[in-house]
Design a protein around this ligand. Structure first.
Ligand code: BES
Ligand code: MN
Ligand code: ZN
Length: 500
């Protein structure tokens, strides 16, 4: 798919389909009046009959007439002007893309960059439009045969219209930014959607290495032998139930000065979470191939950051394991010695994410990171608390948490803070070890974070629990069913904010 920037009057543009955004009830502008003339009054007839009023998501498709260079015009309702945001614009672009692709239109022209969004720059609006298009064009069809008739077409050329006096360079950069970010999101989605039989820890590691080669960043893999030598006891404990060997994936991107301390990103990489001996119920167990969604987000982020050439240093660490029940698996009651030296009593083998993250969080300390952010599909309790519409954020530094929440609001991937008061830590004290890996039914997302904090308290740290957002159980425009790539957009938005 290729974006093309077009300049000039909308109605003069040749296109298979010209898309105009219409603010609810606002039909009296020059463009819409000219359009009405060009389509012999079909537009005003539709508004008078209330067939089209510009309500959010409403559409009207008109076929061309004299004075119109496009073959058709799609009018897209943007809703009330005061509710227009960059997120709403991104969503509108996704919804338009989905509808036109379903009508077998893979080439169209979007005249949306002038949509009146308060305090927004042209570059931000164009980035939002391009993101909306790219996120809606995504499909995971590796295991499907030829496109069947009636299925949405893959996009070919999408035009973005700017006014003649506006800067082409600004628009080009904005589209490039959207392309880099969405390449990261789609890379993450592909990894999450890959089925468990394909997706061994080794597969994840190989995908990371290939990606690193593509963008010229450093990659290192710690294999089982090396993990044993260094004492990753918690990670190895989880891995021992599976015949597939674990890996620690370490990627480094050097975009900053040599002495600039890096931001470290840590992502949970459980390629399949059967629960281990504390086996999960059968229902929806298939979805547990998404338990590496945090790792995917972290890999997608460093991929995007390298393409954007962000002037920072970045480390991405993904502990990749499979959590399976077997004769060699860890048992409830087992005590593991983690890389930090702290001992962990494993009372439920299904609380495995925090075990592998404990060692990864200890590992990144050697980079003397400025900030550490971990991303993990960590607790079912997070779904109970926030559902599918937000991820939880917790940590030991309120400034960092505030920045992440803001990045979430801007990128459209929302976060909600849960408290991490020290009282919660009482729930994970163990009778036989330094800490236990479950904290009871109450406040499950918080006690999981309290566990991580025991391994992450030497630096500025935040934890994102994306259990409810890494996987879309049902699809919508811009987000087909399956892996979402949640985390990439938020982290890139945060990192770009760090640069300014
Ligand atoms: N990967 C799961 C959490 C999860 C659940 C992610 C649903 C996405 C959707 C995690 O490893 C897990 O099993 N957590 C347990 C912890 C419990 C045993 C303390 C949970 O949430 O039930
Ligand atoms: Mn689990
Ligand atoms: Zn898990």
């Amino acid at each position: 798919m290729e974006f093309q920037i077009k300049k000039g009057a909308a109605l003069k543009q040749k296109s298979h389909c010209l898309v105009l955004g219409v603010v609810e009830g606002k039909f009296k502008n020059e463009l819409l009046q000219q359009l009405d003339l060009a389509v012999a009054g079909a537009f005003s007839r539709a508004t008078r009959s209330k067939e089209f009023s510009g309500r959010k998501g409403e559409t009207l498709l008109l076929h061309g007439g004299k004075g119109l260079s496009a073959e058709r015009v799609l009018l897209y309702g943007l809703g009330k002007e005061r509710s227009l945001t960059l997120c709403a614009l991104r969503q509108a672009a996704s919804s338009i893309t989905k509808q036109l692709a379903e009508k077998q239109l893979g080439s169209f022209l979007l005249a949306l960059a002038q949509v009146p969004i308060k305090k927004s720059r042209l570059s931000e609006r164009i980035q939002a439009i391009a993101e909306g298009v790219l996120l809606a064009d995504y499909r995971y069809n590796r295991y499907q045969g030829k496109e069947k008739p009636g299925q949405p077409v893959a996009l070919d050329k999408v035009g973005v219209l700017i006014e003649a006096e506006e800067s082409q360079a600004e628009a080009t950069t904005a589209i490039g930014t959207a392309e880099a970010i969405c390449a990261g999101v789609c890379f993450a989605r592909d990894l999450v959607n890959a089925p468990g039989n394909l997706k061994s820890p080794e597969y994840l590691a190989m995908q990371a290495v290939a990606m690193a080669e593509q963008v010229g960043i450093d990659a290192r893999l710690l294999n089982k032998k090396e993990l044993e030598r260094q004492g990753f006891g918690a990670l190895l404990g989880v891995a021992q139930g599976s015949p597939r060997d674990p890996y620690l994936i370490v990627l480094e991107y050097h975009g900053g000065t040599a002495d600039a301390k890096p931001v470290a990103l840590v992502g949970k990489g459980v390629v399949f979470d059967a629960g281990g001996i504390s086996l999960k119920p059968a229902e929806k167990m298939d979805e547990m191939k998404m338990d590496m969604g945090g790792g995917a987000a972290v890999l997608g982020t460093i991929f995007a950051a390298a393409q954007l050439k962000l002037p920072i240093n970045l480390v991405a660490v993904v502990p990749a394991v499979e959590n399976m029940p077997s004769g060699s698996a860890i048992r409830p009651g087992d005590i593991l010695t983690s890389l930090s030296g702290k001992t962990i009593e494993v009372l439920n083998t299904d609380a495995e994410g925090r075990l592998i993250l404990a060692d990864a969080l200890t590992y990144v300390d050697r980079y003397q990171p400025r900030v550490v952010i971990d991303v993990a599909t960590l607790t079912g309790a997070c779904l109970i608390a926030l559902g599918n519409h937000a991820s939880a954020v917790l940590g030991n530094h309120d400034g960092l948490i505030r920045q992440l929440i803001k990045a979430g609001e801007r990128s459209g991937e929302r976060l909600w803070q849960l408290p991490l008061w020290e009282e919660y830590a009482a729930q994970i004290t163990s009778d036989f070890a330094d800490v236990k890996n479950i904290g009871g039914r109450l406040g499950g997302t918080i006690t999981a974070a309290a566990f991580l904090q025991k391994f992450a308290d030497d630096y500025t740290w935040a934890h994102l629990d994306i259990a409810g957002t890494a996987w879309a159980g049902s699809g919508r425009a811009g987000q087909p069913k399956g892996g979402t790539g949640f985390g990439v957009r938020i982290l890139i938005e945060y990192l770009r904010g760090e640069v300014k």
